[in-house]
Every structure is written in structure tokens, then in C-alpha cells.
Ligand binder design. Structure first.
Ligand code: IPD
Ligand code: CA
Length: 264
């Protein structure tokens, strides 16, 4: 493994663990927290800001020349950049649902290289490095062997950033193709669950880089096919995402809009 990547993987893995435990501490006393809405169904808790600040401080100390982009405190990135979602699934977090995580990805020259997703309330830690495979709790993970879309479980994410009609139409087309559809309200864990075969695909008409950069590396290393998410102003503006196990990739690609091409 490239020593530049390996050093980051080894040091930042522990930082993500600590960040997850900090978030878990907030989760366990969430009734004391200030919880607000940034917009329609767009939740914010004190924990989001505190965990992002923690990640920025620790990564900044270890790798002062790396750029950091975060959901809460922004940033525009650079050649060596970390992209952080301090708490993905904030709505779940705020309501006491354990389906939330800390998500942190690293990209070099625009290429996703490292992904960490830690769901501390479920005791599940996912990680991957490009070319070196993906694990959950140190065990290798692979996408599901599903070949028939009529057996497939697809997660479709929703946010108020795009018209609700686009989301509903996508649900309709996916179900007409034969799959069942779910939504669990964490895009990062949605990608992780494709990687460990709990679902067969994750799609969303628009998602932000902090929601999916880590999941991109993890799902790809577990064998998923994914569209070219890292194109255009993806760091700050996001893109559509489609991530799917190869056996049903063509079927899902056909019904997904906006049109995307899965990369092999
Ligand atoms: C959201 C979640 C959701 C996804 C949205 C994200 P947040 O992030 O990942 O599942 O569908 O696109 O904005 O608000 O929980 O950090
Ligand atoms: Ca998020």
C-alpha cells in the first residue's frame, strides 16, 4: 500500500473511533441537547458541530497540509482532502434511532482512496482503502450475489434538496422493475449496507459528498458498481448516486433518473 495512504489510514482510523464514541456520548444524553431544524426535515444537533470540530482538530494536528471539508463547517477541498459527515442520519440520532454514523472519506487528486464509517450505537465499524478490500469490524465484506431484480432490496434516499415527485417516481419505477424499496435515513450507512449485502443497491437523485465519499470506497471495494459521482463540482455541490451489486446493475441503471453510467 502507498505509504502516504497507509499512514493516513492507520492514524485516522483511531480518530474516527474516538469521534464515534464522542457522538455516542451525546446520543446517550440526547434529551439534554439543543435540537433544531436547518430547513425542512434537515436536523441539527449540538453533537454534529462538536464531532466535526473534534475531527478537524485531530486530523489537522496529524496532517496539517490536508484539506478538510465538513457538512457543518464547509470547505472547498484540495489535492489531499478529507470529507466528513460528523453525524449522518441526524434525524434518526435526534429521535433515538440507532441508524446513524460518523462518515469520513479521503480523496487524493479527486480519486476516492480511504473510507471510514462508524455506527457506534450498532457497534459496526466499516473501512476500506482503494485496492485493499473492505471490512466491517475487521471481517471482509462483499456485496450480495443477487441476480434477479425481483429478489432485490433497494434503498432509495430522500432529501428536500430535490422535488419530492422525482423521488416518488424513482420509487415507482424501481418497484415496477420488481424490487422492494426501503429508506433508512443515512446515506452513508445505505452505501455500507450494499457493501455488506444487507441490501442490493442504494440510489438517490442528489446527495452530498460528505454523505457518500467514505461509502463509495467501501462499497466499491466490496464489489459494487457505482456511477461517476466524483465529477463536476462534486465536493461542494454533490451529484446523483447509484451504487449496486453487479448482478442487477443493468436493471437498476435502466430505471434510475437522472441518467447515470455505472463504472466497472
Ligand atoms: C442525510 C441522510 C439521508 C440522505 C440525505 C442526507 P443527514 O444526511 O444521509 O439519508 O438521504 O441526502 O442529506 O442530514 O442525516 O446528515
Ligand atoms: Ca449527511
Amino acid at each position: 500500500m502507498d505509504p502516504f495512504i497507509q499512514e493516513r489510514r492507520d492514524i485516522v482510523r483511531d480518530i474516527v473511533r474516538e469521534a464515534g464514541l464522542l457522538a455516542l456520548d451525546y446520543f446517550q444524553r440526547r434529551h439534554e441537547l439543543v435540537i433544531s431544524l436547518k430547513g425542512r426535515q434537515d436536523w441539527l444537533t449540538e453533537a454534529d458541530g462538536a464531532v466535526e470540530t473534534f475531527l478537524r482538530q485531530k486530523i489537522g494536528q496529524a496532517f496539517p497540509n490536508d484539506q478538510i471539508v465538513g457538512e457543518e463547517q464547509g470547505g472547498t477541498g484540495g489535492d489531499a482532502m478529507w470529507i466528513a459527515d460528523p453525524i449522518d442520519g441526524t434525524a434518526n440520532f435526534a429521535r433515538g434511532d440507532r441508524q446513524w454514523c460518523v462518515s469520513l472519506g479521503f480523496a487524493r487528486h479527486g480519486v476516492p482512496e480511504i473510507g471510514f464509517i462508524f455506527a457506534p450505537a450498532q457497534d459496526e465499524f466499516y473501512e476500506a482503502v482503494r485496492g485493499a478490500g473492505a471490512t466491517m469490524n475487521d471481517q471482509p465484506i462483499r456485496v450480495a450475489p443477487t441476480h434477479d431484480i425481483r429478489h432485490a432490496v433497494i434503498e432509495l434516499g430522500w432529501s428536500p434538496r430535490r422535488p419530492t415527485g422525482d423521488y416518488l417516481a424513482l420509487i415507482g419505477r424501481t418497484m415496477e422493475a420488481g424490487a422492494t424499496v426501503k429508506r433508512s435515513a443515512s446515506g452513508a450507512l445505505g452505501m455500507a449496507h450494499v457493501a455488506n449485502s444487507r441490501t442490493d443497491g442504494y440510489g438517490e437523485v442528489h446527495i452530498n459528498s460528505w454523505d457518500v465519499l467514505a461509502g463509495l470506497v467501501i462499497a466499491r471495494e466490496a464489489g459494487a458498481l457505482i456511477n461517476d459521482f466524483c465529477s463536476g463540482p462534486w465536493v461542494t455541490e454533490g451529484n446523483p448516486i447509484l451504487c449496486v451489486t453487479p448482478g442487477i446493475a443493468k436493471d437498476l441503471e435502466k430505471v434510475f433518473e437522472p441518467r447515470v453510467e455505472l463504472q466497472t
